[in-house]
Every structure is written in structure tokens, then in C-alpha cells.
Design a protein around this ligand. Structure first.
Ligand code: HEM
Length: 96
């Protein structure tokens, strides 16, 4: 009861290697705007198709996500239940 807004929810922290591991057949996570989303099930129902979204599993999908979804309110409703946490470090640090 009274869970409040998203911001008040205690979000888990994941390292980039943990995110990058979730790019396989069973588990798929991706990052948008510094938040980690579990798309393992959602990807099969993604209106844009399973392939295009799965391509970004284990990665930062912010740029593609921003480019392909015009109605931010609509996609926001889909995003919300998929949120599982935040990455610990910046992507650039993980990849350098
Ligand atoms: C958790 C992440 C995502 C969610 C919740 C999501 C959700 C949606 C929704 C609700 C739609 C239909 C409405 C709309 O067109 O705006 C859509 C369409 C689409 N999405 Fe995503 N999406 C996600 C990630 C991605 C990513 C990473 C890509 C990569 C390119 C992508 C590409 C597309 C494309 C190409 C369409 C079809 C647009 C069209 O038919 O005009 N989506 N997505």
C-alpha cells in the first residue's frame, strides 16, 4: 500500500557486466536513460518486432529508443512494469 511514485521505489543497482550478460535467448535486459529494463518477455510482444528490440539486449538502447518512439507517454506506460534497476557506472566506462 502507498508504494508512491517510481522515484520512491528502491531500485536495484547493476553493474554493466551484469547487464551485458543478459543478452541471450533466455534473459534480455537493456538500458534506457540510465535505467535497466527486463525485456525477456516483453520483447515477444514488442509492437516494433522481437528482432529490433532484441538487438539491443545487454546494451544502452537510449538513442534507438528515442529515435523510434514518438509518443513518449504511450511507451512510458509499457516501460514502467519492465523497470528493474539502474546501472552502476556510465556505459563509456564499462566499454573503454
Ligand atoms: C523496453 C523498451 C521498449 C518498449 C517498452 C517499446 C515499446 C514500443 C511500443 C509501445 C511501440 C508501438 C507504439 C509506437 O510506435 O510508439 C513500439 C514500436 C516500435 N519500436 Fe519499440 N519499444 C522498446 C524498445 C525498442 C528498441 C530498443 C527499438 C530499437 C530500434 C525499438 C523499435 C521500435 C520500432 C521500429 C517500432 C515500430 C514503429 C512504427 O511502427 O512506426 N523499440 N515500441
Amino acid at each position: 500500500m502507498g508504494a508512491g511514485s517510481d522515484d520512491s521505489r528502491a531500485l536495484a543497482r547493476y553493474t554493466w557486466p551484469e547487464v551485458q550478460l543478459r543478452s541471450g535467448r533466455e534473459e534480455k535486459w537493456l538500458v534506457i536513460d540510465r535505467k535497466v529494463y527486463n525485456i525477456s518477455e516483453f520483447c515477444k510482444r514488442h509492437p516494433g518486432g522481437v528482432r529490433v528490440i532484441s538487438h539491443y539486449a545487454g546494451q544502452d538502447a537510449t538513442d534507438a529508443f528515442t529515435a523510434f518512439h514518438i509518443d513518449k507517454q504511450l511507451v512510458g506506460r509499457y516501460l514502467k512494469p519492465l523497470l528493474i534497476g539502474r546501472p552502476l557506472a556510465k556505459y563509456s566506462q564499462a566499454c573503454s
